[in-house]
Write a protein that binds this ligand. Sequence first.
Ligand code: MTE
Length: 318
Amino acid sequence: MNRPKPGRILPSEITPEAVHQDRRRLLATLGYAGVGLALGGATAARAARTGPVPTVTRNAKFVARETPNSWDDITSYNNFYEFGLDKADPKENAQDFRTQPWAVEIAGECDAPGKLTLEDILKPHALEERIYRFRCVEAWSMVVPWMGFSLADLLTRFKPNSRAKYVEFTTLLDPRQMPGQRRAVLEWPYVEGLRIDEAMHPLSFVAVGLYGRWLPNQNGAPLRLVLPWKYGFKGIKSIVRIRFTERQPRNSWNIAAPDEYGFYANVNPAVDHPRWSQAKERRLGGSLFTARVDTLPFNGYGEEVASLYRGMDLRKYF
Ligand code: MTE
C-alpha cells in the first residue's frame, strides 16, 4: 500500500513539489508567504490534461499554516472506489482514464441550464492556489495545495432560481473505464449534495489541479469538489452533472450506510463514527502516518462556517 511501482515516477514529477516546497520556505523566510506565486511554464508530463500548466496565484486568505503533504502522499493514497477499494488502486487503475473531451451538464432549478465543455467551464475563472486541511472520515488527514476556483463563482453563472435550495453533483458513470463500477460496492454513479448556502460559501472550492499541475486522475480529474470543513467523502470526483434542487439530494455514502454517514458530514470530534472515534486523526506523512493529533470542530474552519449551522443539532444532522 502506498508504494509506487519502480520506474513509475519520473524525476520531472517530483521536481515541481520540491521546487514548490523550496519557494514556500523561501517566501516564508522573507515574510512573503501568501503573496501571489506564479507556477506557470512547465508541462504536466503524466497529468490527466496536457498542455501548459496555467499560472496560479496563491489566495492568501486560504492558506493553512501546516506544511503541505508531498505530491507522492497526495497522489498515492486515495479513495476513488470507481478504481478499486485499496488506497493504492486509484493510482494504479486510473492511469488510462480519459478526461478529454469532458462535458458537464447543468440542470434543475436554474435559469441557465445546458451542457458545457470543461474548457467552457474553465474559461472565465482565474485559477488560484489554496492550501487546505483535508480530513478523511477514516480518521487520517493531510494538507493539500489545491488549484482551482470558487464553487460559488461557478454556480452563479448558471443563475440558480429561488427554488434552488440544494445542489447535487454526479460523477461519471462508465463501467468500461471504471472497473470499480462493475461491482455493487456503492450505488453508481457516485452522487453528493450540498445545501445551497454551503455550496456558495467562500471556502467551497472546485479543484482542477494540485501543486500547480492539472489533477492526476486518481485525485478526481478533471474537476472535483473540495470542502475543507467536511469529511473527505463530500469531495466528489470527476463531476459530469450539477443539478439545482428543491429537495435534499441523496449522497452515496449515506445511501450505502445511513447510520454511519450523514448528509452534512461536518468534521466533528464530538460525534464518533459508530465503529471508531473521530476525536483524533493521523496526518499522512511519507509511507507512515505521524502521531495522532486532536481533530478540530469543522476541521479548524469553525470560525468561517459554524454560523451556517446555528441552531442545528449536529448530533442529529451529522
Ligand atoms: N468521489 C468519487 N466519485 N468516488 C469516490 O470513491 N471517495 C471520496 C471522495 N470523492 C470518492 C469520491 C472519499 S471517501 C475521499 S476521502 C476523497 O474523495 C479522497 O480524495 P483524494 O483521493 O484526492 O484524497
